[in-house]
Design a protein around this ligand. Structure first.
Ligand SMILES: [Zn+2]
Length: 179
């Protein structure tokens, strides 16, 4: 638990803070994926507004994160935040069963640096019918970003295809994989 953000009440967004990492059991069939910009000078994250985004026009890198309702120890509902590198690792290790709901995954950073790459790996599959239902991550993302972001939903099979496509590899090479 020391690796995760402090949980007081209700689901919070959690991500690994260091190499020890933690495990999470994914509850949704699809990930809520969104683009954002990292404003280094003011140390903040701003959502990308898409085709008319002024930050894109000003040359700020567009980065990508995915969110999924999950259970973290001890069976606490939270929202797992995954970078593209984490999702890529997860889907790569579940290629024969590309399904998020019921997947127990492990996330860790490659070092204790706050910008170190996040690695994800599929651990094992739980019987998804026995799990609690998925919940909407929208209200939690509202708290995180101050408004509800426009997300794209992708299931595991779609993300397998997307994350290993030539187009995506070209895109993420210079898109800030470490945050
Ligand atoms: Zn943008």
């Amino acid at each position: 638990m020391r690796e995760m953000s402090q949980v007081v009440a209700g689901p919070r967004v959690v991500w690994p803070r260091g190499p020890a990492g933690f495990r999470a059991l994914l509850l949704a069939e699809q990930l809520s994926c969104l683009d954002y910009h990292w404003i280094g000078e003011s140390n903040r994250t701003v959502l990308c507004s898409g085709s008319d985004c002024s930050l894109c026009e000003r040359g700020f890198q567009r980065r990508w994160k995915a969110y999924c309702p999950c259970l973290t120890s001890p069976s606490r509902p939270n929202v797992l935040e995954m970078t593209w590198s984490a999702v890529r690792g997860v889907v790569a290790s579940m290629l024969d069963q590309p399904r998020f709901r019921g997947a127990e995954v492990s996330l860790r950073r490659t070092s204790s640096a706050p910008t170190a790459r996040v690695e994800g790996v599929f651990i094992r599959r739980h019987v998804s019918d026995c799990l609690r239902p998925a919940f909407d991550v929208g209200p939690v993302l509202c708290c995180l970003f101050g408004r509800k972001p426009k997300v794209q939903l992708h299931d595991a099979a779609e993300l397998c295809e997307l994350l290993f496509s030539t187009e995506w590899e070209a895109r993420v090479d210079n898109k800030g994989e470490t945050l």
